[in-house]
Design a protein around this ligand. Structure first.
Ligand code: 6R9
Length: 658
């Protein structure tokens, strides 16, 4: 039996770039040809956008695949590249971060401020005994100190590992142990949903569980009372008193920059390791290319949390290396009201906005009238990341946020890839709603069948990456074997057939008739219905294309007749009546709508109307938990759930519906 995905939906709308953007774009169509002609020379040219203190001897060493070394022998300092060189170029007074606290307090951090703060934090960490190669955990809310802490580590060659503020004691303690960290940087708390939310008690408990941590640096954010131990030091009594003079030393291009843990579906979290020169090269280039950043005039805002890879590459390293002015927001999108995001765009005249499909669908649910109240005319490029964006959410984003003018860049990448891999270029690509379109210049993505054969246009299968890329993960921290098993043993040399090393991304994808790429969700989530492989994404997008639906999650549940059957959890839009018979009628209508859009094979066996869906902190739907509900099992691991009350809401809603 072939494992290849069925091709169900066919979206034909297409939006070419606005003429003025195309004419002035940072990256034009020729970049694809230049990169294809000599991929390594292309990446060397992009590395040349950075300041190196010692040039590299070799662009790529791939003599021991899949362990890559990029820019071998080169040396640079990441913090110097993200901060000092902009000050030296005369841009010290330029705003690096417009910070907006959830309660409405604000701070303006210039590049000169950032240089002073990062130098002070670097001196403090050195004073605490942190040296190059040591690991430092960062567990902070979305405050400027989060970026400062990361850059201070990078400046002295310490490897940082950021953990989402809000992850549990268990999650933090396991990561401290696995990374063998000696310092934690945290805060008393941060603001979420209009209230202070404590962080320090979690750190206290996690630190007490291990004997590894020597010092805890604590930023005062909320001013709430905190317990104090002899390992604790206030940030304002140390960092803010330290010398602002610090000479950045250079590090090898392959020096470990950070470890970021991804939870994965099974087993203990994987510590994804990124290094220095290649990572910064690709984070910086892709930010310049995909968002068309003009550092003199643009105001950029990425709404991700710093604890997610998107926050690493597209709040800290990409934008700051490019000298961007950006907005950083501490809190939730509905505090004090559901217009907060648009009020921020309006206030700071944001021109480039990068957010996630989950937020776009939430905004759709809240209603078109909310963004309509604000002046969003400053926006010129919109981005999406984290999940496949359903065509209807894409269209809504363009219409109600982009006001029919702005290109949308749907960017596919992973913690493991370090930077964007597949995306339209805003001045080049005629984008199709729901498609990430094509691999960026210098990147080779493909869709293959279960025997690693490239599928023809129109076919579906597994997304793979064929050539090493500069910001690729170097290994899983402390576990080379797991690195090989997880990403390299599915296809190609890692699996013993052929000598090409092919990276297995774990996502299903298809190529349309023009060769554009459509991401179809994690392969673990693909449903097998009567022998047909059906993607969750396509059924979800069909549901979201119905005017009564704001959001949908689809899972395959065991079924005696069909092997698996499609079960859909659907959030109705705000104004839709779902009581009694109206609810029954809606469910019937939705089942028919899916069958009509995708074909009878995709008709859900069951549709449940729910108020919320379980999501991770980075906004990804946790289908695993919904599968537990659909198969009447007790729930699996819920520790990475954003809001643990959601599963109770779903279960109680189902009971009352019975
Ligand atoms: C950056 C990030 C990676 C997984 C990835 C895929 C999904 C991310 C996507 C997308 C479709 C996009 N994903 N962007 N799917 N279209 N534009 O999200 O990293 O948290 O490691 O997740 O997210 O399934 O494999 P990470």
């Amino acid at each position: 039996m072939s494992e290849t995905l069925e091709n169900l939906s066919s979206e034909t709308r297409q939006f070419p770039p606005p003429a003025d953007l195309a004419a002035n774009a940072n990256v034009k169509a020729d970049a694809y040809e230049v990169a294809a002609a000599d991929r390594l020379a292309f990446w060397a040219e992009q590395a040349g956008r950075l300041a190196w203190t010692k040039p590299w001897d070799q662009i790529l060493d791939w003599s021991n695949p899949p362990f890559a070394k990029w820019f071998v022998g080169g040396e640079l300092n990441i913090a110097y590249n993200c901060v000092d060189r902009h000050v030296e170029a005369g841009n010290g007074d330029k705003v690096a971060i417009h910070w907006e606290g959830e309660p409405g307090d604000t701070r303006t951090v210039t590049y000169a401020d950032l240089q002073r703060l990062v130098s002070q934090a670097a001196n403090t960490l050195t004073g605490l005994g942190v040296t190059a190669g040591d690991r430092v955990m960062i567990y902070l809310p979305m405050i400027p100190e989060a970026a400062v802490a990361m850059l201070a580590c990078a400046r002295i060659g310490a490897t940082h590992s950021v953990v989402f503020g809000g992850f549990s004691v268990d999650a933090l303690a396991t990561r401290i142990e696995d990374a063998d960290a000696k310092v934690v940087i945290t805060a008393d708390g941060g603001y979420r949903r209009g209230k202070p939310s404590a962080l320090k008690p979690t750190v206290d408990e996690a630190v007490a569980r291990t004997d590894r941590i020597e010092h805890v640096l604590v930023v005062r954010r909320t001013g709430e009372e905190v317990a104090w131990t002899d390992k604790d030091k206030w940030w304002h009594e140390t960092v803010e008193q330290a010398s602002p003079e610090h000479k950045a030393q250079s590090f090898d291009a392959e020096h470990p920059l950070f470890i970021l843990y991804t939870s994965g579906t099974t087993g203990k979290p994987k510590g994804i390791l990124h290094t220095t020169g290649g990572y910064l090269t690709q984070a910086s280039y892709t930010h310049h290319a995909v968002f068309d950043l003009k550092p003199e005039t643009d105001v950029y805002w990425c709404t991700a949390d710093i604890g997610w890879v998107t926050g690493h590459s597209y709040i800290v390293y990409g934008p700051l290396s490019n000298g961007a002015t950006q907005v950083m927001y501490e809190g939730t999108p509905d505090t004090p009201d559901r217009g907060r995001f648009w009020q921020i765009v309006d206030k700071y005249k944001v021109s480039i906005l990068y957010t996630a499909p989950t937020l776009i669908r939430t905004m759709m649910k809240w209603g078109d009238d909310i963004p309509a109240k604000y002046d969003l005319s400053s926006l010129r490029v919109l981005g999406s990341v984290g999940e496949p964006i359903n065509p209807e959410a894409w269209i809504w984003y363009r219409q109600h946020v982009g006001r029919e003018r702005t290109p949308i860049v749907d960017t596919w990448w992973q913690t493991e890839t370090g930077a964007i891999m597949i995306s339209p270029l805003p001045g080049v690509t005629a984008a199709k709603p729901g498609s990430a379109m094509t691999a960026l210049p210098g990147i080779s993505a493909d869709v293959v069948d279960d025997e690693a054969r490239s599928v023809p246009d129109g076919g579906g299968g597994f997304l793979v990456l064929r050539d090493p890329w500069p910001s690729m993960l170097r290994t899983i921290w402390g576990d080379d074997q797991r690195f090989l098993d997880t990403y390299w043993s599915r296809f190609g040399a890692g699996a013993g057939n052929g000598d090409e090393w092919i990276y297995f991304a774990g996502d299903g994808a298809k190529k349309d008739e023009d060769g554009a790429l459509w991401l179809l969700g994690r392969v673990d989530d693909v449903m097998l219905v009567s022998g047909h492989n059906i993607s969750t994404t396509e059924v979800e997008s069909a549901l979201v294309s119905h005017p009564a639906v704001a959001e949908a999650a689809v899972v395959g549940a065991a079924d005696a007749t069909t092997g698996q059957a499609i079960v859909a959890f659907t959030i109705p839009r705000g104004n839709v009546d779902t009581a009694g018979e109206a609810g029954e009628a809606l469910i019937k209508d939705l089942r028919d709508h899916v069958a009509k859009t995708l074909g009878p094979i995709a008709k859900p066996r069951q549709i449940m109307l729910v108020p919320e869906l379980p999501k991770t902190r980075s906004g990804k739907i946790m289908r695993r938990l919904l599968r537990d509900v659909a198969e009447n099992r007790s729930l699996g691991d819920v520790t990475t759930l954003q809001d643990s009350a959601v599963m109770d809401l779903i279960s109680s809603g189902l009971q009352s519906a019975k």
